[in-house]
Design a protein around this ligand. Structure first.
Ligand code: FAD
Length: 471
């Protein structure tokens, strides 16, 4: 029996689901209302341990670790292999070693994952999952020659130590094997693979505007590059922050939140040597929120600062109501999403971000504002804004609703959807659903080329499509 599946939304959730189902030989139609896949909210960090988030549970961190390893196996070409340095500012009420008990649990969990399956050993040697560096060690490293292609944590820390104002942080600092993800490379990798799957129909610039439930399944009305009505046996809602719009069409009531956030692109011509990612911890939502310094190739640096006037926004977090499962952002945010940034707001927030991070790296003050920010709105299911792990819900028969908060949850999400489809349609599922030959046959140079084109098409420098350190 031919099973006809509709996926609404071509972000990382929809695209990964389409790849997984397409790989099983199912007939899939993917609707994306924009002209590009994975062009919603950005992502740059593989949360292999969740150490950015001091406020979440150890269990959530363990899940993020496992899910991140799965994600890196699926999209290895998108991973930028450089560690993350966690530093605690002097003004912060917590101490650097408060993270230690959790890091020890994470290292033990990583060990177990590697023992179960050697191919999980993607974050280096188990004993080196994290490493602690004292002030004295960092002072010594600040005198060393910069290394072009670092191989050890010592070598990664040289550029950090040379540029750090030592009076701004507490010691020690902790280096963790949490790597970068390049979103343009995920878009390139998945886009090329989907285009080569004969049983997947990719409908870009096609918006699903209405859904009627029918005896067989769901009748979707869509318009844009192609306009029609079509019946499907199974429906997957992967519309990100607009998930509630589809829920409302189906009469499904759900509580969720939507948050608008932005990260800023900068160019630092004077940057030399290879850089790790650097996180300066802080209390989210205060004017001393976490700062995140994310290096891209050729001098580009992306910045987050979890303060109300940099990455976060007053009224940027909204909730669903009893009448609608779709939390409505105010017009200002929807205008930015639809039409882009005003130059004034872009400059103001980007400059604040540069000032915020150059408190720690004084020489970074010379960085210039880059192009438009990496920004967007994302959903958070339920009513806890600190939730970082969520996958998928099945609120109706033959209806799956993707609810990821972090991109690394896409493997568990897709697996659950495959199991749900198998339950209804009695299909056999091969054991390893994530061995996808269309993804694996791609080469680094194909992905470089497409990723640079994607970056340019979305209005960013093409260099953002490159990765500095192979995985
Ligand atoms: C500033 C910021 C930084 C972030 N950093 C990270 C990070 O470092 N690591 C991490 O793991 N996560 C990060 N996230 C979270 C991450 O971006 C999201 O979890 C993820 O991108 C959500 O993907 P998605 O596919 O669910 O939704 P989306 O990417 O929003 O995709 C939904 C798609 O559905 C389409 N669509 C909607 N309605 C329709 C319709 N009716 N018809 C057709 N198409 C439709 C939309 O156009 C969109 O392309 C960050 C988020 C933000 C805002």
């Amino acid at each position: 029996m031919a099973i006809n599946i509709a996926i609404i939304g071509g972000g990382v959730a929809g695209v990964t689901t389409a790849l997984t189902l397409g790989n099983l030989g199912l007939d899939v139609t993917l609707f994306e209302k924009k002209n590009a896949l994975i062009s919603g909210p950005p992502f740059c960090h593989l949360h292999a341990g969740g150490n950015l988030y001091r406020e979440i549970s150890t269990q959530a961190c363990v899940t993020l670790l496992k899910q991140s390893i799965d994600f890196a196996k699926l999209y290895p070409f998108s991973i930028d292999k450089r560690p993350t340095i966690f530093a605690t500012p002097t003004y912060d009420p917590q101490e650097p070693l408060d993270l230690l008990p959790r890091l020890e649990v994470l290292r033990d969990e990583y060990k177990k994952l590697v023992e179960i399956d050697g191919s999980n050993k993607l974050l280096g040697e188990v004993e080196e999952y994290f490493e602690i560096f004292s002030k004295e060690q960092l002072l010594e490293l600040s005198k060393r020659e910069i290394v072009k292609n670092p191989k050890s944590n010592d070598e990664w820390l040289i550029t950090f130590a040379k540029n750090l104002d030592f009076s701004t942080i507490k010691f020690p600092v902790i280096v963790v094997q949490e790597y970068g993800i390049n979103l343009f490379r995920v878009a390139a990798n998945s886009g090329l693979a989907l285009e080569s799957m004969e049983n997947v129909e990719l409908l870009r610039e096609c918006e699903v505007v209405d859904i009627k439930e029918s005896k067989e399944g769901f009748k979707l009305k869509f318009s844009g590059a192609k306009s029609a009505e079509k019946e499907f046996d199974y429906l997957i809602n992967a519309t990100g922050f607009q998930t509630g719009i589809i829920d409302d069409m189906l009469g499904v009531k759900e509580q969720r939140m939507v948050e608008f956030k932005a990260a800023y692109t900068t160019k630092w011509e004077e940057r030399s040597g290879a850089w790790a990612e650097v996180v300066f911890h802080g209390i989210r939502g205060t004017n001393k929120g976490m700062g995140q310094w994310t290096p891209y190739c050729n001098g580009y640096v992306q910045l987050h600062a979890m303060t109300p006037d940099i990455t976060l926004f007053k009224d940027g977090l909204v909730k669903s109501t009893k009448d609608s499962s779709y939390p409505k952002l105010n017009k200002h945010f929807l205008d930015i999403i639809q039409n882009g940034w005003s130059q004034e707001e872009l400059n103001r927030r980007s400059q604040r971000a540069i000032n915020y991070l150059s408190h720690f790296f004084p020489s970074y003050k010379s960085a210039k504002i880059g192009t438009k920010p990496l920004f967007g709105a994302q959903q958070i299911p339920g009513d806890d804004p600190t939730l970082r792990v969520a996958e998928v819900a099945f609120p109706k028969e033959k209806y799956a609703r993707c609810e990821i908060v972090k991109v690394s949850s896409v493997n568990d999400m897709s697996k659950a959807i495959v199991e749900d489809i198998a339950k209804y349609f009695k299909i056999d599922i091969k054991e390893d659903i994530f061995t996808i030959k269309e993804l694996e046959k791609l080469e680094d140079k194909d992905i470089d080329k497409r990723a640079c084109e994607v970056a340019k098409k979305l209005g960013y420098p093409k260099d953002l499509g490159l990765r500095c350190n192979k995985f």
